[in-house]
Design a protein around this ligand. Structure first.
Ligand code: MG
Ligand code: ZN
Length: 217
């Protein structure tokens, strides 16, 4: 039974239906970005290095075009607004931990989640090409060069709490291992089953709402 919960929720592929970085690269990146994606997925280079190099392919002059594109393209998964309202009314803190960039994560969550509950990377458009800054890098317990290091943030913000992680992908796995309860879809769901983590599956945030209510019931 969960008594003192904190909700740790992923962004890309969890709150939004698709991965926004992939959508941006598909639309704007020159040939070559897919090779970067492959070497990241095969773990030959870190997420931090791979994603940094992908964004470095894009000229800063395309800022407006890229921002408009992704804000139009991103779709929020069903039930998220109701889930946010439930957490607020129940007094359960909700943090968004995202490997995405501030210029799309924050506007998409505007009016739903306060900025000081959002952890993501920062895109810098001041140079010729986009440069990514990583304000939430790995702590002394993580050597994965995550970029936005979810387990490091969880160690910092969730001390003494019962941790509920909601996510979809391999980038949520290390945080999920620290959790008391995981709500998962896609690859993260497979991993939870494989590793025997305490978990439930979800498709919409109405499922998440039911699982949280049951868990703390
Ligand atoms: Mg994700
Ligand atoms: Zn890390």
């Amino acid at each position: 039974m969960i008594k003192n919960p904190v909700l740790i929720c992923d962004f890309d592929g969890t709150i939004t239906e698709n991965d926004n970085i992939i959508a941006i690269m598909k639309r704007f990146a020159p040939d070559g970005w897919e090779e970067l994606k492959e070497v990241v997925l095969s773990q030959r280079i870190s997420i931090k290095e791979g994603v940094g190099k992908m964004f470095a392919l894009l000229p800063s002059s395309q800022k407006e075009e890229i921002t408009q594109f992704i804000l139009n393209d991103a779709k929020i998964r069903r039930g998220f607004a109701d889930f946010v309202a439930y957490a607020r009314d129940a007094g359960i803190p909700l943090y968004i931990l995202s490997g995405g960039m501030d210029f799309f994560v924050k506007p998409i969550l505007n009016g739903l989640v306060p900025e000081d509950h959002i952890y993501c990377n920062r895109a810098d458009f001041s140079g010729e090409y986009i440069q990514i800054h990583w304000p939430h890098s790995c702590d002394e317990h993580c050597y994965n060069e995550c970029g936005c290091c979810k387990p490091s943030i969880v160690r910092k913000i969730a001390k003494g709490k019962d941790i509920i992680v909601i996510g979809d992908s391999i980038t949520d796995l290390e945080a999920a291992k620290l959790a008391d309860f995981v709500i998962a879809r896609d690859l993260l769901l497979d991993k939870c089953r494989e590793l025997g983590l305490n978990h439930k599956p979800f498709d919409t945030f109405y499922d998440c709402l039911d699982h949280v209510k049951e868990g703390i019931g």
